[in-house]
Design a protein around this ligand. Structure first.
Ligand SMILES: [Ca+2]
Length: 389
């Protein structure tokens, strides 16, 4: 009887989950005939097992037993073995179906993953192509790295390249002025007015801070392809080469996008002992000669350079400008550096975008209805005029 009860309980445990979940041995829509048969046998056996305790047990049971007990026992044993075999088969079939179902799900997920991987790979490839395209166009616009071409200055570099390169690109080159041990990067404008221009100062968007001490104005600062001041020492070395003469060109753009220029047919600087004093030749242009101004007191030609910490501005101990006294032109011009002479009418290093009229980028001989233009952009550049005189 214990065996009987165990079989009944086992059957219930195995059978009930099938019945509760409505499982009929069908996996992926395919019906399994053997599973259905097993299910029917299991149901009948379970019912029989549950009814079994109601029958009398023991000696009295022999009275109600129409079949000999040993035959009944054998039949029950056979039934039990048969049922166990069927349960085993059923379990094996269920296991196989479950494994197949899991395999199918995994295969489907793998396919989805493969598809996503392909998509991501395609996107990465597209992004890399775009990135390369951007890099290439940037390189074409301005060579980010110095071109492997050396020369004494941009005019010399242009002359040495003109016979081998059909179109010399503007960009950063390496200058090695004659009779010096130094070489440094310079920005060469190769397509403006015949090319060969060494840029010594550029203001465009007005973001670079020109409020700098003397040392910065001597060594230079900023970003060569953008806003920068090349540096008094480097400009001095370029201008000081033997048997050369340089012109200075100043291009100006106003806030309302008008343009003008001023040029000088000769320019050179004094050495560091002379505080890099400015020496200018004849003026030409449409912007007026603001370097010289309208009278000698405003004349910056031959003036030494001043910065916020080095005062050579001609205001000793102070100047009277209008009704104001000024001790330091640099301090008055937002601590910028320039060839001030009692301040004067030009300061292309003035604070960009400043609303106060006498503090921003100044070239006060360029006027409209008697009022100086407000300047937003400027480039100062030098080029060899002649090589033998
Ligand atoms: Ca002073």
């Amino acid at each position: 009887m214990d065996l009987m009860w165990t079989a009944a309980l086992l059957l219930q445990v195995l059978y009930l989950p099938y019945a509760a979940s409505g499982y009929t041995g069908s996996v992926n829509g395919k019906s399994n005939q053997s599973d259905v048969l097993v299910e029917d046998s299991l149901g009948a056996a379970a019912a029989a097992a549950l009814e079994a305790p109601k029958s009398p047990v023991g000696v009295k049971g022999q009275d109600a037993c129409s079949i000999p007990c040993d035959v009944t026992a054998k039949l029950l044993r056979d039934d039990k073995h048969s049922l166990c075999g069927q349960i085993q088969q059923s379990l094996l079939a269920y296991g196989r179906s479950t494994r197949k179902m899991i395999r199918d799900v995994m295969d489907e997920q793998q396919r989805a993953l493969d598809f996503l991987t392909t998509q991501v790979t395609e996107l990465i490839t597209k992004m890399q192509t775009l990135s390369l395209e951007v890099q290439r166009s940037n390189t074409e616009m301005y060579s980010a790295k110095p071109v492997r071409s050396h020369g004494r200055d941009c005019s010399d570099i242009k002359d040495s390249l003109v016979s081998v390169v059909p179109k010399i690109p503007s960009g950063t080159y390496i200058a090695h002025p004659e009779s010096t041990d130094s070489s440094f990067e310079v920005f060469c404008e190769m397509d403006y007015m015949g090319g060969g221009w060494t840029v010594i100062q550029r203001r465009t968007e007005g973001l670079m801070d020109f409020k700098r001490p003397w040392a910065d104005y001597v060594s230079g600062f900023g970003h060569l392809p953008g806003e920068h001041w090349l540096g008094l020492n480097k400009v001095y070395q370029i201008l000081n080469q033997k048997e050369t003469r340089f012109q200075l060109h100043i291009a100006l753009v106003s806030h309302d996008d008008e343009t003008t220029y001023a040029s000088y047919d000769d320019v050179h600087l004094g050495d560091d002992a002379q505080f890099y004093s400015l020496h200018l030749g004849r003026y030409a242009g449409s912007a007026g000669d603001a370097f010289r101004g309208y009278d000698q007191e405003q004349n910056q030609d031959t003036a030494p350079f001043s910065a916020t910490d080095v005062d050579n501005d001609g205001c000793v101990p102070f100047c009277t400008l209008g009704n104001r006294t000024v001790e330091s032109c640099s301090a008055r011009h937002k601590h910028t550096g320039w060839w001030f002479n009692q301040c004067g009418l030009a300061n292309l290093n003035g604070a960009a975008g400043d609303d106060t009229a006498d503090k921003h980028i100044l070239w006060d001989t360029w006027t409209q209805n008697g009022v100086p233009h407000r300047i937003k952009a400027v480039t100062m550049k030098i080029r060899r005029l002649t090589t033998n005189n």
